[in-house]
Design a protein around this ligand. Structure first.
Ligand code: NDP
Length: 325
C-alpha cells in the first residue's frame, strides 16, 4: 500500500510517499481502508521529533474510512468509521483500536468525518472539562481561526459564553467572527489589556492557549484572579520553564497543560466525547470548515501550509480520491 513514511525526523521534506506493507490487526484492532486522513498540528511535532516515535513510522493519527476486517467479527466489513489516535493514518490502510473509533452517520461527509474527532474532542474537553463554560462565562482563544480554534469558538458560544478570539490576518478575523466570536483581536503586546477593556476590566475566566511561546505571557495577563490558563499547544514553540510564584502574583490563577489523551482516558470517555461531537454536528451546533484538501502524496505541502500559518479551519489528505467528499 501507499503511505507517508518518516524514516528520520525533520522538516516537512521528511514526509515521503512510499510503498510499504499493509498492517495486520491485533485482536483489539480493526483493519480499515482509509478514505480521508485529518492533518493536525500534533502531526508536525511527531515529524520534527518533539514528540517521540520510533523511526521509521507512518505519520498521522486520525481519519475516516471503511472497515475491511475485524478479527473479532463484531464490526461488519464496509462499516464507515472515524477514529482518533491510530498511528499510521496517512496511509491507504491502518489498524485502529476498537475503542478509538465511532460509526459515521451518512449525513456527515467523509471530509468532515476525517477531521472531526481530534479537534472536536479537544474543543469538547477544553470547554466541558478543563473549564466548564456556561452563560456569563468568558474565554480567550488563541489561533481562533485554526482547526481547534473555530470549533472551540462554536462550542463556547453554544454554551452561552462570551468569546474573545486572537488571529493573525483579516481573513482569519472574518472566519472567527463567522464562528461566533464576540470580539476578535490581532496579536500584539497589548492584547491582554485590550481584552480586559472589552471584558469590564475583569479578565477572562479561562484562556485557551494553543499558540504557546508567543502568547503565554499575554495569557497570564488576560485571565481573572482565580481563573484558568489552559496551555494546550505550542504552535509557536514551547513555553520556557516558569516560577510557580507567578501564579500567585496573577491572583492565584490555575495553570494546566492538558492533553486529549488524558482527557479521554477514563472508562467510556472517548466514546462520550466522540459521540458528543457527532451529535453537535448533526444538530447544527457546530460546523467544520474543511478549507484545504491535498492528495495523500502531498502531505509535505499540507504540513508546510499548516506551519506557515497559511491554513484556516481543518485540513485533510484525500487518500481515496474517488470516495472523498
Ligand atoms: P491550527 O489549525 O490552529 O494551526 C495552528 C495555528 O497556530 C496557525 O494557523 C496560526 O494561526 C497559529 N500560530 C501562531 N503562531 C504560530 C507560529 N509561530 N507558527 C505556526 N502557527 C502559529 O492547528 P490545530 O487546530 O491542529 O492545533 C492548534 C493547537 O492546538 C496546536 O498547538 C496543537 O498542538 C494544539 N492541540 C492540542 C491538543 C491537546 O489535547 N493538548 C489537541 C489538539 C491540538 P494564526 O495565524 O491566527 O496565529
Amino acid at each position: 500500500m501507499h503511505a507517508i513514511q518518516v524514516t528520520e525526523t525533520g522538516g516537512p521534506e521528511v514526509l515521503r510517499y512510499a510503498e510499504v506493507d499493509s498492517p495486520q490487526p491485533q485482536s483489539h484492532e480493526v483493519l480499515v481502508d482509509v478514505i480521508v486522513a485529518g492533518v493536525n498540528y500534533i502531526d508536525t511535532y511527531y515529524r520534527e521529533g518533539i514528540y517521540n516515535a520510533a523511526t521509521p513510522f507512518i505519520a498521522g493519527l486520525e481519519g475516516t474510512g471503511r472497515v475491511v476486517h475485524d478479527p473479532k467479527g463484531e464490526i461488519a466489513p464496509g462499516t464507515m468509521v472515524a477514529w482518533d489516535h491510530a498511528f499510521g493514518s496517512y496511509a491507504e490502510q491502518v489498524c485502529v483500536s476498537r475503542d478509538r473509533l465511532v460509526a459515521v452517520p451518512e449525513e456527515i461527509s467523509s471530509d468532515v468525518a476525517g477531521s472531526m474527532l481530534l479537534q472536536g474532542m479537544t474543543a469538547h474537553y477544553l470547554t466541558h472539562g478543563v473549564y466548564q463554560l456556561g452563560e456569563g462565562a468568558s474565554c480567550l482563544v488563541t489561533a481562533g481561526a485554526g482547526g481547534v480554534g473555530l470549533i472551540l469558538t462554536q462550542m463556547a458560544k453554544a454554551l452561552g459564553a462570551t468569546v474573545y478570539s486572537v488571529v493573525s490576518s483579516p481573513e482569519k478575523e472574518k472566519l472567527a467572527y463567522e464562528a461566533g466570536a464576540d470580539q476578535v483581536f490581532f496579536y500584539d503586546s497589548g492584547l491582554a489589556e485590550r481584552v480586559r477593556r472589552y471584558n469590564g476590566g475583569r479578565g477572562v475566566d479561562v484562556v485557551y492557549d494553543g499558540v504557546g511561546k508567543d502568547t503565554f505571557q499575554e495569557s497570564l495577563e488576560a485571565v481573572r484572579p482565580r481563573g484558568t490558563v489552559a496551555l494546550f499547544g505550542a504552535a509557536s514553540g514551547a513555553v520556557e520553564p516558569i516560577d510557580p510564584q507567578i501564579l500567585n502574583s496573577h491572583g492565584s490563577i490555575f495553570l494546566t497543560r492538558p492533553s486529549l489523551g488524558a482527557w479521554t482516558s477514563q472508562e467510556g470517555e472517548f466514546q462520550m466525547r466522540a459521540q458528543a461531537v457527532v451529535q453537535m454536528l448533526l444538530d447544527g451546533d457546530i460546523t467544520f470548515n474543511v478549507t484545504a484538501s491535498y492528495p495523500l502524496k502531498d502531505a509535505e505541502q499540507a504540513h508546510r501550509d499548516l506551519q506557515e500559518r497559511k491554513t484556516t479551519g481543518s485540513i485533510i489528505l484525500r487518500v481515496r480520491e474517488d470516495e472523498s467528499n
